[in-house]
Design a protein around this ligand. Structure first.
Ligand SMILES: *Cc1c(COP(=O)(O)O)cnc(C)c1O
Length: 431
């Protein structure tokens, strides 16, 4: 079940890589005795995970990278470039620029400033930091379904933060936002394009219309949902929200969520390259060998894995970010899987569904019985779901929060497994 084509590819690629250093005098390669036993232990320990690679893992936002990303990442570790500075990663810095420009172009951004980060949290931190530099002391607002990181980051940055309530579909409520804007002092509105819990997409066209009147920065948190801009099967309302990302001021997307990358790969983009001035510093040590811009000069993180850039570049070379392309088809399959699953849930009177998925995340509650028990009964039958606490009013419940089940159907294979997932859920719910 675990692919091993990568192992053959790596042998050949390693020899090719080494050949390029053939003019160097021989030196001994580092090897250690006892590695085989340790690695055998590691293989055993890793088996203690949930099977994220399998379609019956249908819980949280987890899946292995594409094999091409895995192979490229592993190959790069033999060199271990550091994309802090050109000295540390000449080739991988060029690959990072190229990969980031392709992501920017996916959203219609020609000019941009951007780079990879350790993940969505660091990427959002940089975006909110820039927002705070431009509008010191002004408030950051995000919906009550936005990622909790925004509130925490705002604290780190000593910026005031407030939550905007959501509508019955988990999207930022526009009347509530306008009321807050009328109170003044809001510097940045965070629009989430695909909330972490339910994949809800904030109404960006309306937020941008309010920007005309009130003047604030719009930051897009598309850590989870960003790549869905390539999908050809979004609902019209969702499509029109994604189509306006081009007009935002900054953007975060996580290649390690829907971009087929290993963890450690987020991306932040600014539409206005001039914000690079905020990153200016005066290092005595790092930038000697080139007059070109170093990515380390426009990133808060210093050392960064060149291997992440290499893996992302390789993945996009194999699967370009094109509408109608193979990568886009994968996202469309995830969405079809979610719609099919939602339809079955909504037609079954054991379950309550609050709304149809905008992306590929499905949530549901039980009319009777405990979500936690179904979660456990499903796991005993090899189906791994997730639990989520969601507003009770979405389900017509008087409780403030309801413990629900949640399924992130982020593997294209999920589409073929919906019958099987349904059968197990059916048994688990009846158990
Ligand atoms: C995952 C996620 C984050 C946090 O990103 P990490 O990569 O986990 O640091 C932020 N916002 C949204 C919407 C997310 O889904």
């Amino acid at each position: 079940m675990l692919e091993n084509q990568t192992l053959d590819l790596l042998g050949d690629a390693l020899r090719k890589l080494e050949h390029q250093f053939a003019s160097l005098p021989e030196c001994a390669a580092a090897e250690s005795a006892g590695m085989d036993a340790v690695i055998a232990d590691v293989a055993e320990r890793l088996g203690e995970n949930y099977p994220y690679f399998h379609p019956l893992y249908a819980g949280q936002m987890l899946k292995p990278p594409h094999p091409v990303a895995r192979a490229a990442y592993a190959l790069a570790t033999w060199i271990n470039p550091n994309n802090h500075a050109l000295d540390g990663g000449r080739a991988s810095t060029a690959m990072e620029r190229d990969a980031v420009a392709q992501i920017a172009a996916m959203f219609g951004w020609q000019e941009h400033l951007g780079h990879l980060t350790g993940g969505g949290t660091m990427a959002n931190l940089e975006a909110l930091w820039v927002a705070g530099q431009l509008q010191p002391g002004k408030k950051i607002v995000a919906s009550s379904q936005s990622h909790y990181t925004h509130e925490r980051i705002s604290k780190v940055l000593h910026l005031p933060f407030a939550k905007v309530s959501t509508d019955a579909r988990g999207r930022m409520d526009m009347a509530a936002l306008e009321q807050m804007l009328a109170g003044g002092e809001i510097g940045c509105v965070v629009a989430t394009m695909g909330t972490t819990a339910t994949g809800s997409v904030d109404p960006l066209p309306e937020i941008l219309a309010l920007r005309e009147r009130y003047g604030f920065r719009v930051h897009i948190d598309a850590a989870y949902g960003g790549y869905f801009t390539l999908a050809g099967n979004l609902a019209p309302e969702t499509r029109s929200a994604f189509d306006r990302i081009v007009d935002a001021d900054s953007l975060v997307i996580d290649p390690h969520k829907h971009g087929l990358q290993p963890y450690g790969c987020g991306c932040v983009l600014f539409r206005e390259p001039a914000v690079g001035r905020f990153y200016k510093h005066d290092s005595p040590a790092t930038y000697f060998s080139s007059k070109e811009l170093h990515l380390g000069e426009i990133s808060l993180e210093c050392s960064r894995p060149g291997a992440s850039a290499v893996a992302l570049w390789a993945t996009m070379r194999l699967l370009p970010l094109e509408r109608g392309g193979e990568f886009a088809h994968g996202l469309e399959a995830c969405r079809r899987a979610a719609l099919a699953f939602h339809t079955r849930l909504s037609q079954d009177n054991r379950f309550l569904t609050p709304f149809a998925p905008q992306l590929d995340i499905v949530v549901w509650a039980l009319k009777n019985g405990s979500a936690e028990r179904v979660f456990q009964e499903a796991a005993r039958r090899n189906l791994h779901l997730a639990l989520a606490r969601l507003p009770g009013e979405w389900f017509g419940s008087g409780e403030e929060q309801l413990l629900c089940l949640r399924s992130v159907l982020m593997k294209p294979e999920h589409e073929q497994w919906i019958n099987c997932i349904w059968e197990i859920l059916d048994q688990a719910a009846n158990a």
